[in-house]
Design a protein around this ligand. Structure first.
Ligand code: UDX
Length: 436
């Protein structure tokens, strides 16, 4: 079996390398020639642990190649994974489906026999059915292409593990032969007793958005509780530990702080809200709207606490530790850390940012901030240190590391992961989010 992967961004590059690791000959299709050159040289154009080693090994062995040609990809593959992006629309909350639709129309005329197109991108429910009609309209004479939906749940920072050893597989199919092909493609993963749910196309599409909406809701729930804790003097960390011991609730994704960001959760809950609105499912629309609002309010809350600690924002020197939306990533899309840094800068503070991997991407998005190459450089003469992305090197910082570096010993732990007692014992004013 030969596999093509259409779209070699974050998801596609990882999936292509993963498919090669499962033993297939893989052709990655990417419309950006510069990316094709990079990937063909075994280089990954973003930071993801273990991915470059995996990808370059399969490029060197010849099992993994890249192209810009839909004609070549159509002729090559028996199975074609659709991994293009579905970003938020430029002027709306819905998903921009132009890349998915464009890819289907472009590949359709070149598909051979009964090739299987497998959607992995996150799409609004109902998209797969429309894509099936497009395939039918644009297919070559005599060809009978099939479509299935196999949503992807990988997390940045764990992308290789999540691809090769996922929690579960979901196959959305319209007929048994598509399920059989997917079972063959994933035979090695299924042999490890990975749970597999086989369902229809709309359910498979909804599984993905529901999973992300649930995770986002869980984070916003605990952040709303954090505000209750702030209003009452209660401690959200102890509370999360206590409710998390209930197996029905679970401790994961109950870390209150500055809220969620990244290329998935924020845009997916907005697209879900938009789609629910189109379908008249009003309670879901308002639930997603509130989840988004609570999340964005956390960023404002950091600004309020910073202002309380500094007295006057204008002219204050603020060190921001972290720009990526989470550790082990250089991704700054919808990053709460960078949004807070930008807001404080606009309010007149002199902001210095340091992130171990994301400085370059952050500088492209927010060129007016100052970027430094180390914690110490960012913290020099600071009136306030903000811990906003929980990289290990920040979590292991001690007050002694910054003594004599900062101007005022003040730190706000936006991720609730630093040792408050140690910082207070070191003579620092220490605040966190929803903690005593
Ligand atoms: C997410 C989903 O987890 C993944 O299954 C899906 O395929 C893509 O979207 P990802 O965007 O990589 O993955 O990040 P994730 O680990 O889910 O974190 C998202 C955001 O939530 C981060 O900004 C993180 O800091 C924040 N978060 C997470 C919290 O604020 N509190 C938590 O308890 C957990």
């Amino acid at each position: 079996m030969r596999v093509t992967v259409i779209g070699c961004g974050y998801l596609g590059a990882t999936h292509a390398a993963g498919m090669a690791e499962l033993g297939y000959e893989v052709l990655g299709l990417e419309v950006d020639p510069a990316k094709v050159d990079q990937l063909s040289a075994g280089r990954v154009p973003f930071y993801e642990p273990d991915l470059e080693e995996l990808l370059s090994r399969h490029v060197t062995s010849g099992n993994l190649r890249f192209t810009t040609s839909f004609e070549e990809a159509g002729a090559f593959g028996d199975v074609h994974f659709l991994c293009v992006g579905t970003p938020q629309q430029a002027h709306g909350l819905g998903a921009d489906l132009s890349q998915v639709e464009g890819a289907v129309v472009a590949i359709a005329p070149y598909l051979r026999g009964d090739a299987l197109v497998v959607g992995k991108s996150t799409v609004p429910v109902g998209t797969a059915e429309r894509l099936l009609a497009m395939l039918d309209e644009h297919k070559a004479e005599g060809a009978t292409p099939r479509l299935a939906w196999n949503p992807e749940f990988l997390r940045e920072g764990f992308a290789v593990k999540d691809t090769l050893a996922p929690d579960r597989l979901v196959f959305g199919v319209t007929e048994p032969s598509a399920e059989a092909t997917l079972r063959e493609v994933y035979a090695k993963v299924l042999a490890d007793d990975t749970p597999c749910v086989v369902t229809d196309l709309p359910t498979a599409e909804l599984v993905k958005v529901s999973a992300n909406a649930f995770l986002a809701t869980k984070i916003s729930f605990i952040n709303a509780i954090a505000e209750m804790c702030e209003a009452t003097g209660a401690d959200v960390w102890d509370l999360a530990e206590a409710i998390g011991h209930d197996a029905r609730i679970g401790r994961k994704f109950l870390n209150a702080g500055i809220g969620f960001g990244g290329g998935c959760l924020p845009k997916d809950i907005r697209a879900f809200q938009h789609r629910a609105g189109e379908l008249g499912v009003d309670h879901l629309t308002s639930l997603m709207r509130e989840v988004d609002a609570i999340n964005l309010h956390r960023r404002e809350r950091v600004g309020q606490i910073a202002a309380e600690m500094l007295g006057e924002l204008s002219g204050a020197r603020v060190a921001v530790l972290g720009a990526a939306f989470k550790p082990d990533s250089d991704d700054v899309r919808d990053s709460p850390a960078l949004a807070v840094a930008g807001t404080l800068h606009l309010a007149g503070a002199d902001v210095s940012v340091y992130d171990p991997k994301a400085n370059a991407n952050a500088a492209k998005r927010f060129p007016t901030l100052t970027y430094e190459d180390s914690v110490l450089d960012a913290c020099r003469d600071a009136d306030l240190v903000l811990h906003l992305t929980e990289w290990p090197e920040f979590r292991s910082l001690t007050p002694g590391d910054l003594d004599g570096v900062v101007r005022r010993k003040q730190i706000l732990d936006g991720r609730n992961l630093l040792d408050a007692d140690a910082w207070r014992d070191g003579g620092w004013t220490f605040r966190s989010m929803g903690r005593r």
